[in-house]
Design a protein. Sequence first.
Length: 189
Amino acid sequence: MPQRPAPDFDYEAALKECAAGRRAALEALYRQEGPRLLGVAQRILRDRARAEDIVHDAFVNIWKQAAGFDATRGSARGWLYRIARNLALNAVRDSRHETGMDDDTAAALDIRDSMQAWHDTHDAFEWRDSAGRIGPCLEQLEPVRRNCLLHAYVEGLSQSEIAQRIGAPLGTVKAWIKRSLKALKECLA
C-alpha cells in the first residue's frame, strides 16, 4: 500500500536544502512525493517505464533548479508537480510529432489530458468534500474556459503561458479565468 504523504512536510525548506547541495533533502522529497508524481506521469503517458524516466528527470531538474524556486509564484509542492507534469506533457507532445497528429486531434487530446490531470490532482490532494461537486461544475464550462482553469490551477501555467498555448490574447484568457472562477463559485454555492 502506498505511503501517505506527511501532512507537515516542509517542501519549501526541502527545496532550500536542495539548493544548498544537501542530497538528503532530495531523498526526502522523493520519499514524500515520488509515488504520486509517478502516478501523475503514468496517467499522462500511459506507460510506466516512460513515466519512471520522467520522474527521474523531474528530480534531476528539481535538484538543479531548486535555487530558482520562487515562493511568490506558487507553492513548493505545486512547483514539483509542475516540473513533472510539464516533462510528461512534453514527452506526449514529442511522441505526437513523431506520429504526425493533426491539430484537431492534438487539441482534443489536450482537453482530455487537462481533465485527466485534474482528476490526478483530485486523487493526489484527496478533495473528498468538493470533488463530487466540482467535477460537474467544471463540465458545465465551455471547453476552452475549462482548459484555461486547468492549465492555470492544475498545470501551474501563468496566464501569459496559457495565452501562448491556446493562441488567445492575454486579456481574453484573464477574462475567461475570472469569469470561470465566478461560475464555479456560483455552481458550488
